[in-house]
Design a protein around this ligand. Sequence first.
Ligand code: ADP
Ligand code: ADP
Length: 226
Amino acid sequence: PADLALDRLTKVYPGGVRALDGLELTVRDGEFFALLGPSGCGKSTLLRTIAGLETATSGTLHIGGRDVTALPPGARDIAMVFQDYALFPHMTVEENIAYPLKVRKTGRAERTARARETAAELGLGHLTGRRPGQLSGGQQQRAALARAMACRPRVFLFDEPLSNLDARMRLEARTFLKKLQRELGVTTVFVTHDQAEALALADRIAVMETGRLRQVGTPAEIFRRP
Ligand code: ADP
Ligand code: ADP
């Protein structure tokens, strides 16, 4: 089954804003999928609804062939990386990475082993004892990624994870993300308002406009000049 399938997914906020208007979309296994669109078009709402942080008003959502529409975030086999990283400031890098495993009741020894292994995979092996405040922006971004990866989710959700990095770090992070996705083949939904970023990273792109997907296709299809 496809990793992610949306069927007439709709979100109406209290007060009446129709942030998602009957979305139909399938994201394939291992695909890097970018959601592109201006501020206010519904990108965050879509990501948060997939994550289970918002409840769909109607329609269904399948992850890995399973109907998760009514399931809480912890039961959805996803991990989300936020724009501001949302690392815990009082915890070390290792404790941050291990935290979701702790929530899932993974034993201490396995938690530590997996946190160290994931940190090493992301080039943070020498920084596991530091707190987020002692890391550069790019290192914090990798730590947030490591925390998401440690639970080995089926689907990664990224909410503009590079927008707080300076231009040079952003290019570096882009290259890194693409390499990681090639090596691990993890299905990824990546929200951005940056056309160049979508073009550089995505296998396919959806262009969003006020709660609807106006166009879905490969970068070549989306950016082809008429
Ligand atoms: P984007 O991520 O593309 O900037 P959002 O998903 O944040 O878009 O917002 C989509 C629409 O839903 C906007 O009109 C926004 O004002 C509205 N919206 C977002 N969150 C809420 C909320 N909690 N309550 C009411 N309206 C919201
Ligand atoms: P972004 O554009 O990055 O999605 P926003 O500034 O649109 O960020 O939203 C920040 C927060 O405010 C989100 O949690 C969103 O749900 C909430 N929000 C956005 N628009 C509204 C709104 N019209 N009413 C209530 N909450 C909103």
